[in-house]
Every structure is written in C-alpha cells, then in structure tokens.
Design a protein around this ligand. Sequence first.
Ligand code: ADP
Ligand code: MG
Length: 353
Amino acid sequence: MASVEIRGVRKNFGATPILHGVDLNIADGEFCVLVGPSGCGKSTLLRMIAGLENISGGEIVIGGRVVNNVPPKDRDIAMVFQNYALYPHMTVRENMAFSLRLAKAPKEVMEAETARASRILGLDPLLDRYPRQLSGGQRQRVAMGRAIVRHPQVFLFDEPLSNLDAKLRVQMRGEIKDLHQRLRTTTVYVTHDQIEAMTMADKIVVMQAGRVEQIGTPLELYDRPANLFVAGFIGSPAMNFLPGQVGDGGFRPDGIDGATSLPLPARAEAGQPVVYGIRPEHLRLDENGIPVTVQLVEPTGSETMVTARLGESTLVGAFRERVTARVGDTLRIMPDPALAHLFNKGTGTRLGA
Ligand SMILES: Nc1ncnc2c1ncn2[C@@H]1O[C@H](COP(=O)(O)OP(=O)(O)O)[C@@H](O)[C@H]1O
Ligand SMILES: [Mg+2]
C-alpha cells in the first residue's frame, strides 16, 4: 500500500489548459473520491496517476517515488473502468489471471491469486463463464477481481458503477466499500455522483473546471461547504439559495417587502450583498415563520417535498410531516439558523469559513 501525492499538477491538451494546478495528498489506505460535473477533469487526473496521460506540470508521487516518467505497468496500480474492459473471448478465470500471465507469474501463483480474488468477490460459481454470460454487476466484480489479483499499491476506479441500474449501483457501492475495508488498499475513485462520493469516501475532492474547490470528509463538506459551488453540489435535494442583503439583525431576501427577515447564521456587515443558503431538510413548518406560496407538493412517503415561492426565489422544503397544502396556498416556514449559511455574493465564499 502507498500514499499518493499530487503536487501542483497541470494538464494541457494542445494549447487548452484542462487542469490548472491540483494539490492533493491521499494517505496510505485512504478511500479518496474525486467528484465534480462532467468535463471538470476527473478522468484526466486519474489517468495521469495511472500513467496513461503525460503530465504538463507538477509532480505525482506514489509511495514516496516521483512517477512522472514511470510507465503505467511499473507504477504498481490497478485501474477499473466504467466499461469493465473485459476480454470477451476469455473466461472469468482467464480474465482475472491475464495480468499475471502477462507478468509471467508462475502457474501456482496465478491459480492461488485467482482463487483468492474469486473467493473475496464471490465469483467461484462463475469462473468458467464468458463475459457475455454475466450480468452487469458480475462483470463489474470480475473487473475488480482482475485488479486485486495483482496486490497493487493503489486502486484507481473511473465511474465503475455508471453502467448499472440504480438498485445494483447501491449494492455494488456497498461491495466496493466492503472490499476496501478488508484490503485497505489506497483507492482513488472518480464519480460525478455526489451520493456515491458521500457514501463511499473517507475524503472527498470536489472539482470544477480543472480546479479543486474543496477537500474534506463527507460531513465536513455537507456541514461547512467552502463556497456556493460546493454547497450546491453536495446534498440532495440541493441547498436553497436566496440572494439578498444583510439588514439590521437579519437577512432580507431580494424582492419581498422589508418586514420579512431571517435570522443571521454568520456575522456580516449591514448592507452587504449576500446569498443565504439553507438545505431543504433544515426548513421546518412554523406558524410564526415566514410566508411562502406553494407551487408544488410531492409526497415521497417518508417525507413531503414542497416547492414554494419567496419573493423572487424558489425554495424547496423537505418535511417529515405530511403536508396537506395545495398549490397557491400560503405556508409558513422557518430555517434553522444554526444550520443556515451566508455566502459572499461576489466571490461565492462562505462567510465565517
Ligand atoms: N484526449 C483529449 N484531448 C483533448 N481534450 C480532452 C482529451 N481528454 C479530455 N479532454 C477534455 O478535458 C476536459 C476534462 O475531461 P475529463 O477529464 O474526461 O472530465 P471528467 O472525467 O471530469 O468528465 C474536457 O473538457 C474534455 O473534453
Ligand atoms: Mg470522466
């Protein structure tokens, strides 16, 4: 096992800068998730760690060794791709043993390692099947088996669950996490799905447009997002944002009369333009709350999602109780000020961060 250090790493494709200087330390044994919208540079960064893309600037260090000029096969990493990349003409057993065969491992080692991977992943009954005879989840497991037979220092995963249906995705999420808990191999896992990031990661790296926006544990990002981008990206349904001004002792949303004011969650100067952020699950129904106009009511069974209008803004509330309001009704809601945030409207930075 090994730590991975990314130091000022940049990537240009031709004249186009794609990564603008990424710094990141991944500890030995850590499960680190790179998350961000499509096109932000996650796969490029992962492929640079793997050695599949050259490095335009900075250094990548695996296990204390700078690997910028080390070819992929000598980096002691194993990568699992979204499309599994299994060999269709080989059985499960042959697919798993293939990298060891390439490395000219002795037959006993090949057999022992394939048996170990097969046992860990529950593939014993499938060893003589071909990929076309497997379900999506089984193929994904074979792809992982192929990675673990080599005892690599680092596992790299690029959106490994994107091709699976929702239910299987949840199951495989658990299996990958369980695998990590047993093997404790340093893992870098790429996804665009913030739920996957939240549920699997020890450490999450939120990226946008080739830059790191914030690094932290799942709950650090949820509780203390550094800026509007992270606040809006982490959490589902997404955080509500109300533009407005700091008034005397409260927050005044734009576009409604001056009497409506929300308790301030952070110190801010009066008159400062800010964005007030509150998660749907941190709003509650309160007869002394502020009036909003109901636009949509969506019961999910366990909770009721209400979309409502406040001045020029739309708010979503997630309430544990059953809401009987209809479209056009007035509902009174109150944010929990201890769980709300203020952001600088110009820079997007969270105040008090
Ligand atoms: N081989 C390439 N040549 C030119 N541009 C590329 C190449 N690979 C990726 N890009 C561009 O780099 C950016 C980041 O891509 P990628 O790392 O695949 O993003 P992500 O995995 O986060 O969706 C995108 O704008 C993409 O179009
Ligand atoms: Mg990608």
